[in-house]
Write a protein that binds this ligand. Structure first.
Ligand SMILES: [Zn+2]
Length: 435
């Protein structure tokens, strides 16, 4: 039995797939104009575990996991203009870096990765349907969602619809009927990326992208929609409104799941605050992807996660301990306690604690696999470790020899020998190997 906290109902509810149907998950993907930071990586790590858990719990249902790529956006357009290149140069570069970072964290590629620029047709069709049903209106090259037409607007984020409709009247765009109305389509200037549409040349708003791609690839109602807590409003509220209104009231998702922020000190990590740490930087600094993964899973996904150097050190130590115990075991069965912890709204911290109590290496291997942990053997994990330190000591010995301090040089050689490291002096310098 899996229970998931549903943001829409504000409670944990048992999750059951629809009989005879695949289990469909959609997680809002990145807007590809910069390097993903650790806070961005958290939802992809969390929902990767959810995907593994559902596959294990429901072998009779196919799990279809979609994660989109937002490759048209004002920030992308600005980044392309700043470099004097086409937007696709920016988006292709950062999509590749994003995929590289996610894979390094052991995050499996999605089954479906729709790109916004390849799905303009379904977006235009959904906007046309919303206009036909009286939920959207065209004005001055824009199309806007008419919040007043949707009595359920605000239900997901529990915001007061009347207050949003009244809103602050200051600086309301002249083409909007109400301040809360949001853009489905907007005009593009001739030198800006755009597509022909019934409302003139333009480009889609961000929210319609997810609604239209979910409809095109997964159907009107999906099982689970996920993302960071900052997406609840406006992004997911707007997605829910668009889909519900376009599809005769059918809900967009049966369950809505949102993860908490990663904090730096007392602050939320964000590009605008300039306090970001990226997986790319951590990997380049020598931290293993699996250490970052364990760190991201160390707190319950709905709690804030304070990001510190100590967290990385501790996560490395936990993995060293688990790898020493797992050795080169082949996976057998999953320990019930780990399965139960994850089934209770993805209690990853409890599941990790329980991994530490498993004595049978084969059971440990299988149970860790549910969290996407311990994919390698102990040999592979520890291989190469400490190489940089040995290199540094060899360099120290070379410097001592050059300074004619042979006593120090011999001492370093003997210390290394005692650790099983043999040095060979040759014409090209000193090399080392393990005995
Ligand atoms: Zn989305």
């Amino acid at each position: 039995m899996i229970r998931l906290y549903d943001t829409a109902t504000r409670e944990k509810r048992p999750f059951e797939p629809r009989p005879g149907q695949p289990i469909t998950i959609y997680v809002c993907g990145p807007t590809v104009y910069g390097r993903a930071h650790i806070g961005n990586a958290r939802p992809y790590t969390v929902f990767d575990v959810l995907r593994r858990l559902l596959e294990h719990a429901h072998p009779d249902h196919r799990v279809i996991y979609a994660r989109n790529i937002t490759d048209v956006d004002d920030k992308i357009i600005a980044a392309a203009a700043a470099e004097g290149v086409e937007p696709s140069v920016i988006t292709e570069r950062f999509e590749q870096l994003y995929l590289q970072d996610m894979r390094a964290l052991g995050i499996r590629d999605p089954d479906i990765a729709p790109h916004a620029t390849a799905e303009i047709g379904p977006m235009v069709a959904m906007i046309e349907a919303l206009i036909a049903k009286g939920h959207a209106y065209a004005a001055q090259g824009h199309v806007l969602f008419d919040v007043a037409s949707d009595s359920d607007y605000g239900a997901l984020s529990r915001r007061d619809r009347e207050a949003m409709l009244a809103g602050a009247r200051v600086e309301v765009a002249p083409y909007k009927k109400a301040p809360g109305d949001f853009v489905l389509w907007k005009p593009s200037l001739p030198d800006v990326i755009g597509w022909a549409s019934p409302w003139g040349r333009g480009r889609p708003g961000w929210h319609i992208e997810c609604s239209a791609m979910i409809r095109a690839h997964l159907g009107e109602t999906i099982d689970i929609h996920g993302g960071g807590i900052d997406l609840v409003f406006p992004h997911h509220e707007n997605e829910a409104a668009q889909s519900r209104c376009a599809h005769g009231g059918a809900p967009l998702a049966r369950y809505w799941m949102h993860n908490g922020f990663v904090d730096m000190g007392a602050e939320k990590m964000s590009k605008s605050l300039g306090n970001v740490v990226t997986p790319g930087e951590l990997l380049a600094a020598g931290h293993k992807g699996e250490v970052i993964r364990l760190a991201l899973l160390s707190a319950h996904y709905r709690s804030p996660l304070p990001w510190t150097d100590a967290l990385l050190t501790q996560s490395k130590a936990v993995l060293d301990g688990l790898y020493r115990r797992v050795g080169d075991a082949e996976p057998s069965k999953i320990e019930a306690g780990v399965n139960e912890a994850l089934g209770d709204d993805l209690n990853t911290s409890l599941a990790i604690a329980r991994l530490g109590q498993i004595e049978d290496p084969a059971v440990l291997k299988a149970s860790a696999g549910l969290l996407g942990l311990l994919p390698m053997t102990a040999d592979q994990w520890f291989r190469g470790e400490g190489d940089a330190e040995i290199d540094a000591r060899v360099a120290e010995r070379t410097a001592a020899k050059q300074a004619r301090d042979f006593a120090a040089a011999d001492r370093i050689r003997d210390e290394l020998k005692a650790e099983g490291i043999l040095l060979e002096d040759g014409p090209g310098g000193t090399t080392w190997r393990r005995a």
